[in-house]
Design a protein around this ligand. Structure first.
Ligand code: COA
Length: 260
């Protein structure tokens, strides 16, 4: 695959997607969204990938939003399609059966904050800032921000951010639970890599099904969620990795998981 606007590589079971338009603070234009979708498709088709890291190229921005040059020329019917296309791509990312870690290395605004919200775990550098400033442009978040942000930080805080366009720094994002951890800029990628390695060292089927249990469980009632958990627990009990993990513990050795 030949990408211009993203960097995409897979090494040692870890996929990296880095939005690569640093001159415009990694703003998401149509071509970037197409390339992002192709990368997601490649990850979907690659069973060996166990974790995905999403970040931005450069020191200044994760993603500073949808490309405002493209936003400016949207009309009503195009606008709806524009939002749906972005929503579908981010949903496809969120639905990947591997953990996705956002390494937020600077501005994560508008579509950038929404991209981070579609990731499962968010780690930010101290210079990160996050927000949904769309109302400043006379639009609203259209790539899932009005839906995912309140699910992560609660509707009152989400409304404060979305209705004012307030941009918050990394420590405020940590305080409200929008990011899991804040680290100095030069520690961001090492921290995320270490987290990725920890996940990769665990039972791959168990990681996948635990992710599914949380991801689908939070969308339904507690009773339904418990049903999902019990079914998935039953599924993992059938795996060779479960036999290996429990046996290795009892034999006081490291498990050798086979992703089966
Ligand atoms: N779409 C298109 N271009 C963008 C962009 C976006 N979302 N965000 C930044 N850029 C471009 C700027 O136009 C500028 O291009 P230029 O060098 O050709 O003038 C370049 O990126 C650098 O941005 P600049 O504004 O000069 O950097 P800054 O450090 O002064 O400010 C921001 C950084 C993030 C505060 C500012 O760029 C900004 O407010 N961006 C828009 C954020 C936004 O509203 N996002 C939601 C979109 S829905």
């Amino acid at each position: 695959m030949n990408f211009q606007n993203i960097v995409f590589k897979v090494e040692d079971r870890k996929a990296l997607i880095a939005i690569n338009r640093p001159d415009v603070l990694n703003a998401l234009n149509a071509q970037t969204m197409d390339e992002l979708e192709s990368a997601i498709e490649a990850i979907e088709n690659d069973e060996s990938t166990g974790v995905v890291v999403v970040t931005g190229v450069g020191e200044k921005a994760f993603v500073a939003g949808a490309d405002i040059n493209e936003l400016q020329i949207l009309d009503g019917p195009n606008g709806k399609g524009f939002a749906q296309r972005g929503q579908n791509i981010f949903k496809r990312l969120e639905d990947l059966s591997k953990p996705i870690i956002a390494a937020i290395n600077g501005y994560a605004l508008g579509g950038g904050c929404e991209l981070a919200l579609a990731c499962h775990i968010r780690i930010a550098s101290e210079n990160a800032s996050l927000g949904q400033p769309e109302v400043n442009l006379g639009v609203i978040p259209g790539y899932g921000g009005t839906q995912r942000l309140p699910r992560v930080v609660g509707s009152s805080m989400a409304l404060q951010m979305i209705l004012t366009g307030q941009v918050i720094d990394a420590n405020e994002a940590l305080r409200i639970g929008l990011v899991n951890r804040v680290v100095p800029p030069d520690e961001l990628i090492p921290t995320v890599d270490k987290l990725a390695q920890t996940i990769l060292s665990r039972g791959p089927v168990a990681v996948r099904q635990a992710l599914n249990a949380v991801k689908y469980g939070v969308q339904v009632s507690l009773s339904e969620g418990l049903g999902i958990e019990a079914n998935l627990f039953g599924d993992v009990c059938k795996t060779a990795d479960k036999t290996e993990g429990t046996t290795a513990f009892l034999e006081k050795r490291k498990p050798e998981f086979k992703n089966k």
